[in-house]
Ligand binder design. Structure first.
Ligand code: NDP
Length: 244
């Protein structure tokens, strides 16, 4: 007799870093996956079984909802969404191009809301599901040259807690994941070379030992794997040597 298939997990920003490590972890545990990011080749290259990878920009609410419908038609209802897609464009506030603020708020905040929108009604109807939003330690405290990024991540913390309160009565779990510095592609999109090298110096000062994407994937899975009646509200994790 074959074991019943595990339920569908949706992961945004699955083409690199934390999202990619999370995809590999859930897949290794037998979950079918819907992976969403713009770079399809990176997700396809993972070559995971029972995996539908679609090129979706999370700022496109209609495309994101359609992708979730497509994933659910193939694998059944989404049991969890990991709203992980994000960008970090650090900048000194008087010199940073405001377009970069727009991008961070669109991807980091509206992208998360769009992910919530795609699954919440179905989860409420089924009285089951987990919404796991990736914020940051920068969603709890400020850092130099992080104004718009910190603003976007404080928003993720705030909307996630509010969402948790609203969905609790429907037996839907909502979790904030707040990592400190993680070794991924994230810093690569910051355009200010001096800020970038200052950030690298900060990581070096931690003995070069920031978190690995796998560490965050493990935390995400820990929250998901609790019994249905247990909601992990927030996990804050950072390298032992990270002071701030
Ligand atoms: P990466 O840059 O490695 O990954 C970011 C992911 O987001 C990529 O898969 C990228 O895919 C996706 N993405 C970006 N923009 C969009 C978009 N418009 N639509 C769809 N997908 C998008 O960084 P991380 O893995 O580090 O980042 C993941 C999350 O973790 C982010 O929310 C980040 O803020 C958060 N975080 C990271 C920390 C760190 O130090 N690295 C610390 C704390 C939080 P593609 O380009 O293919 O679209």
């Amino acid at each position: 007799m074959t074991a019943p298939r595990k339920p569908l997990i949706v992961i945004t920003g699955a083409s690199s870093g934390i999202g990619l490590a999370t995809a590999q972890l859930f897949s290794s545990l037998g979950h079918p996956l819907l992976l969403l990011a713009r770079r399809l080749d990176k997700m396809r290259a993972l070559n995971l079984p029972d995996c539908l990878a679609l090129s979706v920009d999370v700022t496109d609410r209609v495309a994101l909802a359609a992708a979730v419908q497509q994933g659910e038609a193939r694998f059944g209802p989404a049991d969890a969404i990991v709203n992980n897609a994000g960008v970090m464009l650090l900048g000194e506030i008087t010199r940073q191009d405001p377009e970069q603020w727009d991008r961070m708020l669109d991807v980091n905040v509206k992208g998360v809301l769009n992910g919530v929108h795609a699954v919440a009604a179905g989860m409420v109807q089924r009285q089951r599901g987990s919404i796991i939003n990736v914020s940051s330690v920068a969603g709890r405290k400020s850092f130099a040259n992080h104004v718009a990024y910190v603003g976007s991540k404080f928003a993720v913390h705030g909307l996630t807690e509010n969402l948790r309160e609203e969905l609790a009565a429907h037996n839907v779990r909502v979790t904030t994941i707040a990592p400190g510095a993680v070794e991924t592609e994230l810093l690569g999109h910051t355009t200010d070379a001096a800020i970038k090298s200052g950030y690298e110096d900060w990581k070096t000062a931690m003995g070069g030992k920031v978190l690995a994407a796998q560490d965050v994937a493990n935390a995400i899975h820990y929250a998901y794997a609790q019994p249905d009646g247990v909601c992990i509200r927030e996990i804050v994790l950072a390298a032992t040597r990270q002071q701030a």
